[in-house]
Design a protein around this ligand. Sequence first.
Ligand SMILES: O=C(O)CCC(=O)C(=O)O
Ligand SMILES: [Fe+2]
Length: 481
Amino acid sequence: MSQRGAQQELSVDIIGDDSVSVPSHPIGVKPTGNAYNATKNLKSATGFFVALPDELIVQVLEYLDGSSLQKIGCTCKAMYAFSRLEDLWKTLCIESISSLFNWHGTWRSTYFNIPRHSVSQVSCANLFSDVLHRPFYCAHVPLLPYISNIPPSNAVPRLLDISGRDFGESWTNKPFILTSPVRAWPVYRNWSTESMLRQYGDVIFKAESVDWPLKTYVEYMNGNEDESPLYLFDRLFVEKMGLDVGKGGQYWPPDCFGEDLFAVLGDQRPDSRWLIVGPERSGSTFHKDPNATSAWNAVLKGSKYWILFPPSASLPAPPGVFVSDDQSEVTSPLSIAEWLLSFHAEARKTPGCREGICNEGEVLHVPSGWWHLVVNLEPSIAITQNFVPEAHLANVLDFLKNKPDQVSGFKKDIKNPYDLFVQKMQDVHPDLQSKIVEGLEVGQTGKKRKWDQLIDGIGELEKSHGAFSFGFGDEEEHDVP
Ligand SMILES: O=C(O)CCC(=O)C(=O)O
Ligand SMILES: [Fe+2]
């Protein structure tokens, strides 16, 4: 790591005709590797702290309040550099500042409510620390090398449009980009951050752990240098913005995706739609979508780079991502940039890898069970919706039944989402249930095993109720988050 740090400091990334390099650290901190050639090291003046690894020093500083952190930064140049770590101030800001504040370009300036340009900068040129340098490097590393030269075999297919029938027959297990369908949406024609600010500037939206008025988020979005910028991801946007969803309204799902079977749940369905707003470099780290649903993601402004991997027994997770046996715990590098730097090259060569850029007005389909990482290449506005196509009904039932601790997005008072879904499906779509049972009994191997697990209890219920039933009334009740 330290060797690589030294190389990064010295190298210049050449991209196409442009020469793009990561700027120098604002107070001159260099990667750890540079210490090997140095005659002086500021860390030696930190007394007791000199023996501690940099990670541990940061952990100690995490216990301090703002005033103590500022004071310890006055003890020597090295502690000054440590005390400037933006992540420390981000935590303090999020803990202590109400939604009414002015964004001043850095978390530290925002904490003290002072303009960024009036903050003094002391040079710490002889301090060598990956812990301090790396977040800055990751926040500025050019993305272009990672998103260009997509190998043709990895490219997500781009389709002008497809019919519902084509989707059902050929595309439910494949990512694809629809290049035309949202151009008629009023939200596509009318929305920009400026127009949204005029109409919804005071509306509070959720951006990870904060709830801010849109005007505050846009100020932050337009002027931050975070390695992992806060991402506006709001599941109640339709209600908050008073939107009409559906044909004739402000937006509607592209036709090809057909009926969403979770619609049988009415207002008891789990969270299913989100407004997503974020600056360049914001995005989503590797995950699978909730409850084995599929999704579409429509870009209204900006563009997004997607990298996806299919569900696979031989590759339980993409390179650099580690999952527990039941897939309930996912561990991966904390930031998108860190993953790109460390694992993108290997991922690109991994069988099954798919990559694509979804531009303004386009929609990307994420099939049920696929891993995906997404990074915004420009400031972006998107709407995403999760759905259950007929082809993935068995996967969703399997998930609700066999992974109850991982089921998410249902209201707290719904104790058994599986029972509820099965019951509603039986009411609205009895035809579909028998079709699936038949299909699975004919037996595509993997699925048959899955289905066998799923209907394990049905025989007993048939006996006790004397009729076919999908109900599992004697199931344990679960608290769903
Ligand atoms: O636009 C993005 O960041 C991707 C969103 C996503 O993956 C999701 O909503 O599940
Ligand atoms: Fe997702």
